[in-house]
Design a protein around this ligand. Structure first.
Ligand code: HXC
Length: 260
């Protein structure tokens, strides 16, 4: 929508789906402070919208995002990065309750790869190229890459990528577990929107609970995580959608979820 300079927001692509497109083509969607700020604003607004069940985040055919904006960071010193808390705002995307799907074509490098990993599901076009090349610039990942990449693909591959700065293509991203699906480039957006529409059609409280429970796996022990899951599972029985979903099964008809 017109209130943003560096992204667009489209609510008309599919029912209960919002599409956010990064839109700084002149810099391959490099992430500057304005883009992060607009993205967080748009996503947090959509998160509160009862008619949005899933959000797709995408870039262009050439680049999801080619990293943090190197030209904007070039002349910064530590006091400024510290007091500005450079890129800390991006963490707010990880705290959204609505499922977020990254649809990645082309370059997803540095902060671009980190932004994709902040999403809940990563779908890659066969043109996608992932990497954390910060080491080549004399720095390290700074929007969660060292932590999320290690959790997504394991220590060996994360160390390989982060220490050498090499890139990996879509097939390796799929094979290592960074991407859940790889599709031909012209199928990227249709696939991501279909996945989002599927999720958006389910009970909103149930999808929120499911996301919260999976995320808990990365924050706690197995015993505590299972205990958390059990409580949230049981809480699901307080929703109208649980009654409806199970009644619909018993009556051999499609459920009519009210997202309550
Ligand atoms: C600023 C960028 C940019 C970036 C590309 N551009 N990436 N500007 N920051 N990260 C700009 C280029 O300067 C150029 O502008 C225009 O986008 C097109 O890019 P080209 O390089 O001409 O395109 P191409 O030759 O196709 O090469 C694509 C590329 C390359 C391989 C992706 O652009 C590249 O290596 N970019 C940097 C990738 C990177 O190092 N990312 C990590 C950043 S550090 P002009 O004006 O010349 O046309 C990071 C840290 C995260 O992300 C944590 C921070 C806290």
């Amino acid at each position: 929508s017109s209130q943003y300079q560096t992204i667009t927001v489209d609510r008309a692509t599919a029912p209960r789906v919002a599409l956010i497109t990064l839109n700084r083509p002149e810099a391959l969607n490099a992430l500057n402070a304005e883009l992060i700020s607009e993205l967080v604003d748009a996503a947090t607004t959509l998160d509160l919208d009862p008619d949005v069940g899933a959000i797709v985040l995408t870039g262009s055919d050439k680049a999801f995002a080619a990293g943090a904006d190197i030209k904007q960071m070039q002349d910064m010193g530590y006091p400024q990065t510290y007091t500005d808390n450079l890129f800390a705002e991006a963490d707010r995307l990880a705290n959204l309750r609505t499922p977020l799907i990254a649809a990645v074509a082309g370059y997803a490098l540095g902060g671009g790869c980190e932004l994709a990993m902040l999403c809940d599901i990563l779908i890659a076009a066969d043109t996608a190229v992932f990497g954390q090349p910060e080491i080549k610039l004399g720095v390290i990942p700074g929007i969660g890459g060292s932590q999320r990449l290690a959790r997504a693909v394991g220590k060996a591959v994360a160390m390989d990528l982060i220490l050498t700065g090499r890139t990996m293509k879509a097939d390796e991203a799929k094979q290592t577990g960074l991407a859940s699906r790889v599709v031909p480039a012209d199928q990227l957006l249709p696939t991501a929107l279909e996945v989002a529409q599927t999720i958006g059609g389910y009970s909103k409280p149930a999808t929120w609970m499911a996301k919260e429970a999976v995320n808990r796996a990365f924050e706690t022990s197995l015993t505590e995580g299972i205990r958390f899951e059990r409580r949230v599972f049981q809480a699901g029985f307080a929703t109208a959608d649980q009654s409806e979903g199970m009644a619909a099964f018993a009556e051999k008809r499609p459920p009519n979820f009210t997202h309550s």
